[in-house]
Ligand binder design. Structure first.
Ligand SMILES: [Fe+2]
Length: 518
């Protein structure tokens, strides 16, 4: 992955655009804060207030897609939007299984210009596989942001990637969109409080229509996300609350918030005390007592950016700091640890002795954001955090197969879970993430299923009598995509049903199982 060499315009994308409004965080008036997206535009744009057509900055050249592994092969963008019913099925879909498997991911609407950095750049496409009565159907749709709509009217890309700093002028896209960067609600999809949300990194999500995946509007979830949100909020099954955090580039740097089960904000963005630098945090964990944030030393380096350097700086001397944020709003507990990096958590739960158990994928450092002599390596890890005595860690996997995307039965979030499924490199080591690894922590077993396909994040699917795991994979030899349904009791035996999807589904990011509410 290339370094994130960027400019102020790219910072603007990561900046909470809601600063500059008359909203407040925890009583703090934010009106005086700069809105980089408007006030700190790229220098070329800043010169453009009296711009004529001949002065319009030159649009960047097309990206050579053939040279980018994340724009070719199983990652190549899919431009078709289709609806298909009665899909071919090998095996048998249980007749009582009703619901939809949804998955989001980067998928450029038009061939990119300027630059393209996976997984940060990209328009969003949501894929849905619906199961009902033993039959399967499929629908996919782009999330139609103003950028996608404007580019569709033009017939080509107008906004560039995050690393080259180009933003379109008013002459190209009108006053409202001039100086903006591409909105990227392409990371996750979450249903909560009556909303179906396409989630972005540190930004507001887009609300989709559940019946047809049409894009409705951007939302801040009743103000809980007005500064933005992680793409990985957590829903507490016992309370129905959705808890989230967000990072920003200026103090207070880090906030958390809560949305009630009715979709109304219970807690608006609240600063996390004790953060002294702009940090990147991708995911979070949640227990009944705590919001758990691992503050790893990946720092937004503004001085570096201003001199043409990298946006993100790995600073291991800072160590990793763990924040246990009481959900009752009392003081944050901080625990220091040696430096490591985390993209994704599986789950966390409280122990009777006051400690907190957290299962997650631990990386030695964030590959792509730091030059180190050895490749970044990951392990499925269990940490037990004692607020007064530090952290103890146990590696759960028996080898180091570059694990990622750990998931559990989401009904067990905040409580002790037994099953974790992850994506990893399999025994045949094709170079891709081509296997699903299953850990049963109660039984003490580790099993692997390697489908012969590039495989995506596994999602737990509760059934009426039995439970399942579901995942999408693409066979790199013929580029056909399939939805695999595996028994949660014996996933290593392979799918009980394989659904042939009507189009290739690009390798993507995160998804959810939505049981039919009826
Ligand atoms: Fe993620």
């Amino acid at each position: 992955m290339p370094k994130l060499i960027t400019t102020t315009a790219s910072i603007a994308r990561l900046w909470p655009r809601r600063f500059g409004t008359n909203r407040t965080i925890d009583g703090r008036d934010l009106r005086q804060r700069p809105n980089l997206n408007r006030d700190h535009r790229h220098p070329r744009l800043a010169e453009s207030s009296a711009m004529t057509a001949s002065d319009v900055p030159t649009r960047p050249a097309p990206v050579d897609m053939s040279r980018n592994p994340f724009l070719t092969g199983v990652f190549a963008p899919q431009r078709d939007e289709v609806d298909a019913v009665d899909l071919p099925v090998s095996g048998e879909i249980p007749a009582d299984l009703r619901g939809s498997y949804l998955r989001n991911g980067p998928n450029m609407r038009f061939d990119p210009i300027g630059s393209y950095v996976y997984p940060i750049d990209g328009d969003a496409m949501v894929h849905r596989i619906s199961l009902d009565g033993g039959r399967a159907s499929y629908r996919n749709r782009f999330v139609r942001t103003p950028m996608v709509l404007t580019e569709e009217a033009a017939g080509h890309a107008i906004w560039s990637g995050i690393t080259d700093g180009y933003t379109p002028s008013a002459a190209e896209v009108g006053d409202e969109l001039a100086g903006t960067t591409r909105e990227l609600p392409d990371i996750n999809i979450v249903r909560h409080g009556g909303r179906l949300l396409a989630m972005a990194e540190a930004d507001r999500p887009y609300q989709l229509a559940p019946e047809d995946l049409a894009t409705l509007a951007r939302t801040d979830c009743d103000g809980a996300m007005f500064v933005g949100s992680t793409a990985h909020p957590k829903i507490d099954p016992s309370t129905g609350e959705m808890v989230l955090f967000n990072y920003v580039l200026e103090a207070p740097y880090l906030t958390w918030a809560v949305v009630g089960p009715d979709g109304r904000a219970i807690r608006t963005p609240t600063p996390v005390d004790g953060v002294d630098a702009p940090i990147m945090i991708h995911d979070m964990a949640l227990t009944s007592r705590y919001v758990v944030l691992f503050v790893c030393p990946l720092i937004f380096d503004i001085e570096s950016v201003m001199s043409g350097g990298s946006l993100l700086s790995w600073q291991p001397r800072r160590g990793t700091r763990i924040a246990l944020i009481p959900r009752d709003g009392t003081a944050v507990r901080w625990i220091d640890a040696d430096p490591f990096w985390v993209w994704h958590f599986a789950n966390a739960f409280d122990n009777p002795d006051g400690s907190v158990t957290v299962d997650y994928v631990e990386w030695t450092y964030p590959g792509g954001f730091s030059d180190q002599p050895t490749p970044a390596a990951s392990s499925l890890t269990r940490a037990v955090i004692r607020p007064d005595a530090g952290i103890t860690k146990t590696v759960l996997n028996s080898s180091e197969p570059d694990m990622e995307f750990p998931r559990i039965d989401d009904r067990m979030l905040t409580r002790e879970h037994h099953r974790i499924a992850s994506v990893a490199k399999g025994p045949r080591d094709s170079g891709d993430l081509d296997s699903l690894w299953f850990h049963d922590l109660a039984a003490g077993t580790e099993t692997v299923w390697t489908p012969g396909a590039a495989i995506g994040e596994p999602i737990y699917i509760p059934g009426a009598e039995r439970d399942y795991w579901g995942a999408i994979g693409t066979d790199p030899t013929d580029m056909t995509s399939h939805f695999y349904l595996l028994s949660a009791d014996a996933p290593q035996d392979g799918p009980i049903a394989t659904v042939d999807l009507p189009i290739r589904v690009p390798a993507g990011l995160h998804g959810a199982w939505l049981p039919d509410p009826s």
